[in-house]
Design a protein around this ligand. Sequence first.
Ligand code: NDP
Length: 353
Amino acid sequence: MAEVIDGNRIAREVRAEIRAQAIELKAKRGITPGLAVILVGEDPASKIYVGRKEKAAAEAGFLSREFLLPAETTEDRLREIVAGLNSSPEIHGILVQLPLPKHINPDVVIETIDPRKDVDGFHPVNIGGLFTGRPGHRACTPLGVIELLDRSGIAIEGREAVIVGRSNIVGKPLALMLLNRHATVTICHTRTRDLAAVARRADILVAAAGKAEMVRGDMVKEGAVIVDVGIHRIPDASKKSGFRLVGDVKFDEVAPKCSWIAPVPGGVGPMTITSLLLNTLKASRHAFSPPSPLTWRARGWSCVATRGPMRACKTIRLPSLPGQRISTPSSCRWCWRSRWWTRWMRPCGWPTM
Ligand code: NDP
């Protein structure tokens, strides 16, 4: 019988670490990670998700702002709100809850979000970063899957991974993340011929097709690792609620054959919001970091520190005075971390969000 990957336990562990890091960030640099969640309309499921995200952010010690907008909000108004949040220094992560009402183009709205604050990882810049293996925010559910595998000690490198589903929010980004981690990746979809045969090749099989219990026992190789992403409510008179949750995997048939399984509920689900918190924490750090020493050098920025009462430094853009050096790394509140940064960044002017 497979070992169950306990997503609830792992999510609790990661959230405790996030909270500790948020407290440290506040103590050392006076920054509280801030998350803004925007919901347009009255969709009940979306309302529940937004409520959960806000609660998780508050529990992690983040600043959490919720924007509940009427369904008739125009695309221009929504973009205005996003643009305002882009320039708000207290907000580091912006999430626009999808789906949006039909009259709003989600692509246009997502492209309005500053990529550094795009904690859902849907902005083309972040998708491009994923494609090319460069830093950036990653989509939350796939990021949660990788975290589950890592924290369960499951090796990814060199293994054959098969993903059933090619959506932009789960299948495709997860395929790239696994590829970046040196797995051999196959993506399946509705036109895949002989899905069962392809799935049986998998050392790691991820089911993200949105079809209840479609992955059956005969589609799984002995000893494979199974990650079930799908979530479905099916009627069940024996339950008080009248329904039960199942995934895309027929658990009873598959569990006896595999080595590990992330079940539904209690597998990937709790990790998605946890990834959102991780991305927001990361954004709050990066928002206050200089781009890169090389960029600053290329722009001719230099920095000169004074020992003023606030331990802030006076920064002057002085290409004409090259080689000015800060005397002590701690003399500027933005410069505490690295001598290298202190030499080339523009301490008091950063950030200019
Ligand atoms: P989409 O409907 O956007 O995509 C489903 C994908 O699965 C499509 O690429 C589709 O192929 C493929 N597919 C559907 N049926 C079959 C089949 N019979 N054989 C092979 N491939 C098939 O779904 P999402 O990616 O948004 O979500 C997938 C599931 O994950 C859903 O159940 C959703 O509720 C759940 N989910 C869970 C999250 C969590 O936090 N745990 C977060 C996000 C989603 P094609 O492209 O050819 O149509």
